[in-house]
Design a protein around this ligand. Structure first.
Ligand SMILES: Cc1cc2nc3c(=O)[nH]c(=O)nc-3n(C[C@H](O)[C@H](O)[C@H](O)COP(=O)(O)OP(=O)(O)OC[C@H]3O[C@@H](n4cnc5c(N)ncnc54)[C@H](O)[C@@H]3O)c2cc1C
Length: 325
């Protein structure tokens, strides 16, 4: 019998979607292993209520550990998870992904002497043990990891689907955690998400994504005009959000959002692997790039070699003319 402990992030009284996916996946896997899926929530605010913790039962957690320690920083979560896993004999820790998940997962693996796999897209049970699969070599091959003893599995964002299990509220157990000296060195000063306009990028059917090839922040106006004509939204690469050209909330890729719209139009984007993993499942990918050797053309359905400054306005005009607006 092997139990799985799933880390669940929460913010302002809401549970993180990727964490809920990990709880659902943990419940499925624990069922096959003949064990149980438990969750752990960490926080010192009033928003971490017993009701919120217990609601994880709806996604398949039979028990939820609630640790009163700072939320959003890796080290306190590592302390809490290591204690819970050691005291309760969990074999596996599971994360839904994201930067905090990477940091906590890596630290936890070091603390427990466990094996760790990141960017996992699929987990199976073989011979009574978990086997984690992750794409490697620009997603051209799959690597599978097995664990000698304990295993820490960190999913790729959106890899695990959140499914309500129909189970009732979970049992909530409060745990006392003695924080290690390194866990008290950092203090959370402010937490928040930089939001763009009130646009649902993950739900949009049409995305016009801009990269460094736009040349300057004002270049995004061309993307906005085309997105408006299509009835879609604007997305961006990390290079441009890091440069402050567009809000972080629009970043697509490994450290941003994962999307699968009907149309992903990439303008001035080279097609780095870290960008590709966030948009490769789009139904149709159209790329505009002046470099005919740009990697993005390798996974585009339609590639246009040319200057986006000339092509984007013409496309907008054509879409408007077609729609009669
Ligand atoms: C750990 C890690 C995580 C990362 N996570 C992400 C992530 O989540 N998302 C992400 O996007 N990146 C991420 N990156 C960065 C990624 O590696 C690339 O650096 C980034 O995606 C490049 O952005 P870009 O395509 O806008 O810029 P560039 O690579 O500079 O490409 C610009 C493109 O524009 C073209 N161009 C220039 N002028 C024109 C013109 N006038 N008309 C048409 N085309 C033109 C050029 O030919 C070029 O291909 C990550 C990197 C690391 C190391």
């Amino acid at each position: 019998m092997a139990d799985i402990l799933v880390y669940v992030l929460h913010y302002e009284g809401a549970l993180n979607k990727n964490s809920l996916g990990a709880v659902s996946e943990g419940a499925r896997l624990a069922g096959e292993l003949g064990g149980e899926a438990h969750a752990i929530v960490v926080g010192d605010g009033d928003d971490l209520t017993e009701e919120l913790a217990a609601s994880l039962g709806n996604w398949g957690a039979s028990k939820v550990f609630r640790a009163r320690a700072p939320e959003g920083l890796a080290q306190p979560v590592i302390d809490a998870m290591a204690k819970v896993m050691q005291d309760n004999g969990h074999t596996y820790a599971l994360f839904g992904g994201g930067l905090l998940g990477f940091e906590v997962g890596a630290g936890l693996a070091a603390r427990l002497g466990a094996g760790v796999t990141m960017e996992v897209t699929e987990v199976d049970v073989q011979d009574g043990k978990l086997v984690a699969a992750r794409p490697i070599l620009q997603d051209s091959k799959i690597s599978k990891s097995r664990y000698r003893d304990k295993g820490v599995i960190i999913g790729r964002l959106n890899a695990f689907e959140a499914r309500e299990s129909g189970g009732g509220p979970a049992t909530v157990e409060d745990v006392e955690v003695e924080l290690s000296s390194q866990a008290t060195q950092a203090t959370m000063v402010q937490r928040g998400e930089q939001r763009g306009e009130d646009v649902d990028i993950e739900g949009a059917d049409f995305l016009v994504a801009g990269g460094r090839g736009l040349g300057k922040p004002e270049g995004f106006q061309m993307c906005e005009e085309l997105a408006n004509a299509l009835g879609g939204a604007v997305a961006a690469t990390r290079a441009v959000v890091d440069a402050g050209w567009y809000p972080y909330s629009t970043q697509i890729g490994q450290t941003g959002k994962t999307v699968a719209p009907k149309l992903y139009l990439a303008a001035g984007i080279s097609g780095a692997i870290q960008h590709k993993v966030g948009m490769q499942n789009s139904e149709n990918i159209v790329a505009i790039n002046k470099d005919s050797n740009a990697p993005i053309f390798e996974f585009s359905d339609l590639g246009i070699v040319g200057d986006l400054n000339k092509i984007l306005p013409k496309l907008t005009e054509a879409v408007k003319a077609k729609k009669g607006s």
